[in-house]
Design a protein around this ligand. Structure first.
Ligand code: DNO
Length: 349
């Protein structure tokens, strides 16, 4: 496994020289944040990002994310132009040695929380999701959703919500298949593995369809184009927000088939209704058995990229929600420990 750390570029309050001091960090996961959604990622900007990462002796092999234009998800006729752009971005990324591209197919909203800084008993705080408030909330009143790398205006959001009414889950699946049938061959040619991120939370929100929520959904997506370049980002925090998801079993199945390219490791404390709060990475603090997940990766010979995902805000740190330095560093160290133990000590028969 190759341990890595997500970084938002030069404006990120977390600096790469600090990340360098976390043990066993192989690479930096990043993106171009100033290219409008759907446009081709220019080679000169990709080179500049790569240089700023390599200067700190990190590999730049994983991009998170190349965003998918809403017209593609909506299946509009203009999607072909956006798909061509996407393929060109993949060619450019592949030419500088990028190996994995993480993306999602969530309509309008990426990861969503109803609170960004709910206190935990230890005095830290973290993101939380309350199923009832998300259902009732009038989305036009929301000022900020953390996953919005793209900030739509309220007018755009209302128009998009209306557009998606006629799409439904089946429509969205068809649009994903159309996208993958065209993009996966381009990815293969560029030496890139596509890795779809699950819906976070793994349920419909604001009446929008969601199609990446559980084992059945993942199976369906992998079967749309049956080759390694069509793969998964397996996020324990997203999928772990539905207690019916058996995470170690899913890892065994999909990592066993070499279809997981990127592992997002995060813990959530979830109840049976799907309400949850993000917690420390430590297994006993949440609902995800991290040791069992690592064991499943280890048993299936996983050699892909791993990153500690969302942390709490601890020690008074201020930063991007979920993406401070300190708790993700603790998470990385904990994961290193689990991985080393899993590697060195096999289970007694
Ligand atoms: C959340 C992240 C996601 C992820 C995208 C991939 O913290 O894991 O926002 O980057 O869904 O496109």
């Amino acid at each position: 496994m190759k341990m890595s750390f997500r970084w938002y570029g030069d404006t990120d309050p977390v600096k790469l020289h600090s990340v360098r001091q976390i043990p066993n960090m192989h690479g930096i996961v990043s993106a171009l944040y100033d290219v409008p959604l759907g446009d081709v990622w220019p080679l000169d900007k990709i080179h500049a990002l790569k240089n700023s990462i390599e200067k700190h002796r990190f590999a730049f092999e994983v991009v998170e994310s190349v965003g998918v234009h809403e017209d593609i998800k909506l299946g509009k006729p203009s999607r072909n132009r956006w798909i061509d752009n996407y393929c060109q971005s993949l060619a450019n990324l592949g030419s500088v040695g990028v190996k994995v591209v993480c993306y999602n197919f969530m309509p309008v909203f990426d990861w969503t929380r109803t609170e960004l800084d709910r206190p935990l008993p230890d005095g830290s705080n973290s993101g939380a999701f309350d199923v009832n408030s998300a259902t009732r909330a009038d989305v036009s009143k929301w000022k900020y959703l953390p996953g919005w790398d793209i900030r739509y205006t309220h007018e755009q959001v209302s128009a998009l919500l209306a557009d998606y009414q006629s799409v439904g889950e089946e429509g969205l699946r068809d649009h994903l298949a159309y996208f993958l049938e065209r993009v996966v061959p381009a990815a293969r040619k560029a030496g890139i593995k596509m890795a779809i991120h699950p819906d976070d939370p793994p349920r419909p929100i604001f009446g929008l369809p969601r199609i990446v929520k559980n084992r059945g959904d993942l199976r369906h997506i992998l079967d749309m184009v049956k080759e390694p370049a069509n793969g998964l980002t397996f996020c324990t925090g997203s999928l772990g927000a539905d207690l019916r998801n058996d995470l170690p079993a899913m890892v065994r199945e999909f990592s066993g088939e070499r279809r997981i390219h990127f592992a997002h490791m995060r813990n959530v404390k979830t109840d049976a209704k799907g309400n949850f709060q993000e917690v420390s990475h430590y297994s006993q603090d949440g609902s995800v058995d991290m040791a069992a997940v690592v064991r499943a990766y280890q048993d299936t010979g996983f050699d892909g990229y791993v990153r500690p995902d969302h942390g709490r805000m601890i020690w008074g740190e201020k930063g991007n929600p979920g993406y401070g330095l300190y708790d993700r560093a603790l998470g990385g160290a904990y994961l290193n420990g689990l991985w080393e133990a899993a590697e060195k000590y096999t289970r007694p028969n």
